[in-house]
Design a protein around this ligand. Structure first.
Ligand SMILES: NC(=O)N[C@H]1NC(=O)NC1=O
Ligand SMILES: [Zn+2]
Ligand SMILES: [Zn+2]
Length: 447
């Protein structure tokens, strides 16, 4: 007998939408279609039933900067946006995750506080090449490197030599390297020049990180990965041309993938000038023409997946009049699917970009699809409703976000993680306490 039957929903897979039931048993999907008897029933007629969102790029900043976000609030906000798993970046926490000794405190905190399941990225910096193997052993999904300053002094940028050596080692360990690709030489020189001339405005900041800084660094990362025989994942691409560089590299056999973020698809430089600090990020949001081209690349299948790059900070770090001094990072862990739906993407496309593709790319076992034997990670979505995001319904620790005041399509009615209720719209915030589990990637498949 099933534990729970969701009856009569519109079940979404990357292949399409079919009316049917979904049955849970022992935390897994047991049946899809017409399912048998269950101890509990939920009528979900008229609701879309999607695989839980997987966000492979968040900064929850715990331990050490829990006052910036933390696992408890970050994962609650993720679940409220339909999310069931996140992969957390190694930086902004203190210490950053650079060696085995940093791992245990982080896993303990996440296992105690996270509502959703979680995976972890290790770091790749000039300080920890000798520690990549021990991090792989502990189950990180890959290694994150910055080609420019990260904003966190204790997480140093990888010079080309470090990146090449790190890629070589990662290849031997069977893990990908995720790269923040902006040229330090270009952005550093342009920022110094602007500041010397007294530039402090949003436009000055945007001009200091032009598309060519991304394109040059993406090209370099792809060449280094190719020479090292490594898997490389280009994070938060902000231009269509960068996604095309990745697609071209893949066509010549480089094991490369890429992601973009909702803020590059929804917002432009005009919005940055108007909204200021909530929309400051690196790379920055682009012109309307660049935004349109990136959306075209996404629709043409040149982007593997979408992640939030949720990187919040306390309001006082988002308050300076100097655009260069403001913390760079967008708070968006709760809004990814609403944002994608506002762009006209179909539900199967959304399910692919936010669940099936990230699970497959990072080899997350039993995640990303609604099928028998997979984890019962499910979002119930009412597409006849909209959501207006407010400081009250955003469950993040801080409420500085470019999405505040925006009305976007759909309303998350409930989220289940391994069959347990993680979020229920309208329910008091005291849902039964549940915590997530650490997810390690499966071994690389031999070709
Ligand atoms: N350190 C950190 O979170 N940086 C992120 N913020 C941002 O806007 N881009 C990033 O890489
Ligand atoms: Zn980054
Ligand atoms: Zn990031």
């Amino acid at each position: 007998m099933l534990d729970l039957a969701l009856r009569g929903g519109l079940v979404v897979t990357p292949e399409g939408v079919r009316e049917g039931d979904v049955g849970f048993e022992g935390g897994m999907v047991a049946e899809v279609g017409a399912v048998g008897r269950a101890r509990a029933e939920r009528d979900v007629r008229g609701l879309y039933v999607l695989p839980g969102l997987i966000d492979v790029h968040v900064h929850f900043n715990e331990p050490g900067r829990t006052h910036w976000e933390g696992f408890a609030t970050g994962s609650a906000a993720l679940a409220a946006g339909g999310g069931t798993l996140f992969a957390e970046m190694p930086l902004n926490a203190h210490p950053p995750l650079l060696r085995a000794a940093d791992f245990h405190a982080k896993v303990a905190a996440a296992a105690a506080l996270s509502r959703t399941d979680f995976a972890l990225w290790g770091g790749l910096t000039p300080d920890n090449l000798e520690h990549l193997a021990e991090l792989a052993e502990l189950g990180v999904v890959g290694f994150k490197a910055f080609m420019c300053p990260s904003g966190i002094p204790e997480f140093r940028a990888a010079d080309d030599e470090t990146l090449f050596e790190g890629l070589t080692r990662a290849a031997m360990l069977g893990l990908p390297v995720a790269v923040h690709a902006e040229s330090a030489a270009i952005t550093g020189a342009l920022a110094a020049r602007a500041r010397a001339a007294g530039g402090r405005g949003v436009r000055d900041y945007l001009a200091s990180r032009p598309p060519v800084a991304e394109l040059e660094a993406v090209s370099r990362a792809l060449y280094l990965a190719e020479a090292a025989g490594a898997e490389v994942h280009l994070v938060h691409l902000s231009t269509a041309r960068a996604t095309q560089l990745v697609a071209a590299a893949r066509a010549r056999g480089v094991r490369a993938s890429c992601e973009t973020c909702p803020h590059y698809l929804l917002f432009t430089d005009e919005d940055a000038a108007r909204l200021g600090a909530p929309l400051k990020c690196a790379p920055p949001v682009r012109s309307a023409a660049e935004r349109q081209a990136l959306l075209g690349a996404l629709c043409a299948g040149e982007v593997d997946l979408v992640a939030s790059d949720h990187s919040p900070a306390p309001p006082e770090l988002k308050a300076s009049e100097d655009a260069f001094a403001v913390w760079g990072g967008v708070s968006g862990v709760q809004t990814t699917r609403a944002a994608l739906l506002s762009l006209g993407l179909t539900l199967p496309e959304v399910a692919r970009l936010t669940a099936a593709a990230p699970a497959a790319r990072f080899r997350l076992p039993r995640k990303g699809r609604l099928a028998p034997g997979m984890d019962a990670d499910v979002t119930l979505l009412d597409l006849s409703a909209t959501t207006t995001f407010t400081p009250e319904n955003l469950l993040t620790r801080h409420k500085v976000s470019p999405y505040v005041g925006r009305t976007l399509p759909g309303r998350v009615v409930a989220t289940y993680g391994r069959g347990r209720l993680l979020f229920e719209a309208g329910a008091p915030p005291t849902l039964p306490p549940v915590t997530g589990r650490f997810v390690r990637p499966t071994a690389e498949r031999t070709p």
